[in-house]
Design a protein around this ligand. Structure first.
Ligand code: TYM
Length: 333
């Protein structure tokens, strides 16, 4: 069977971009594939230096998966930190990974440029080795489970390609003893599949421009109202393709509804306020029904802890088997 695996960083509550880019497509694959979805908690140490917040965010991402319909009897769900083999594999992989490849990472380059512009010191937000090594840790997540497909948003494409490069480098050296399957990314269709945030940039926890999936109704409404729009008067025609509000709407509305709204915007007579109300209604209809289950799971002592403990055990069994082969292949056994 083919293995599908994906992870979400636990640095903030999961947002509607995570849903469109990863959660929804990942859950659609459950029927026909061996699925493993995990919480990238060690990855988030780079962004989160507050232990209480980190604990909260881990629960929040786990609860989101479950509230969206992940069934732990069919899909393995676990915390990255429960699997020491991931970190052992990362050390092995660093030795077949070219430093030049990491130098070209978009995330690293962006952080380095911001850092230089701001004159940030190493202690307050400068580039650290966790950020530099991030793609190798991600490769270890994927390869330790001998993954075939990784459902992710387009923003992760370079990371998936790096993982394939790193796997090929390992196979080049050790392939006659053991070879990793070469993983492929599975991306949502359409150019608009990377969701904009409420400031128009890519929706991201690190830009703090995200719409959390399970905001209470009144806060969701307020947040949607805050999405900036231009001062085009109500009567004037508007271009849906340059409007973040419309880009968001069309990910969650039915095709018919999106087409009708597009027509009304282009014709003139529909104001931004009305469009925002429509977006709020659609988001509330999508996430409202899951919100209750999410809130239940977030309670201390909910079923969450047991599910993650069991996931940890099964995931370790699987990753131990990979590491036994990898260790033997490199000559450390
Ligand atoms: P993260 O936590 O930033 O995002 C989790 C998933 O959500 C997708 N996503 C988006 N999709 C569409 N529009 C957006 N605005 C948007 N923002 C986020 C991401 O593409 C991703 O699929 N490095 C990963 C976590 C990770 C991982 C892995 C993923 C660690 N190890 C192994 C897959 C396999 C990340 O930071 O995703």
């Amino acid at each position: 069977t083919t293995t599908y695996l994906t992870g979400i960083q636990t640095s903030g509550e999961p947002h509607i971009g995570n849903y469109v880019g990863a959660i929804k497509p990942a859950l659609a694959a459950v029927e026909s594939h061996d699925t493993k979805y995990f919480l990238a908690d060690y990855h988030s140490l780079n962004a989160v230096k507050d232990p209480e917040k980190l604990r909260h965010d881990v629960r929040s991402v786990a609860a989101a998966w479950l509230a969206c319909g992940l069934d732990p009897a069919r899909t393995l769900i676990y915390r990255q930190s429960s699997i020491p083999e991931v970190f052992e594999l990362m050390v092995i992989l660093t030795n077949v990974t070219a430093k030049g490849l990491m130098n070209r990472s978009h995330a690293y380059k962006a952080a380095r440029d911001r850092n230089e512009a701001a004159g940030a010191s190493d202690l307050d937000g400068g580039v650290n080795m966790g950020l530099f090594n991030y793609p190798i840790l991600m490769a270890a997540d994927i390869l330790v489970m001998e993954t075939d497909y990784v459902p992710v948003g387009r923003d992760q494409q370079q990371h998936i390609e790096y993982t394939a490069d790193i796997a090929k480098a390992f196979n080049h050296h050790y392939g006659e003893h053991y070879a990793f399957p070469i993983p492929q990314g599975v991306y949502p269709e359409g150019e608009s599949s990377v969701l904009p945030g409420i400031d128009g940039r890519k929706m991201s926890k690190s830009y703090d421009n995200h719409i959390p999936m399970f905001l209470p109704e009144n806060r969701l409404k307020k947040l949607v109202r805050r999405i900036p729009t231009d001062s085009t008067p109500v009567e004037a025609p508007k271009d849906p393709d340059t409007s973040s509000v419309f880009q968001l709407l069309r990910q969650f509305a039915s095709e018919d509804q999106a087409a009708a709204t597009r027509k009304r915007l282009e014709a003139g007579g529909m104001g931004w306020g009305e469009l925002k109300n429509e977006l709020f209604e659609v988001l509330n209809a999508t996430f409202g029904p899951m919100r209750e289950r999410y809130t239940e799971l977030m309670e201390p002592g909910s079923a969450l802890d047991g599910i993650l403990a069991e996931g940890a055990e099964r995931a370790r069994e699987r990753s131990r088997a990979t590491l036994a082969k990898v260790r033997a292949a490199v000559g450390i056994d």
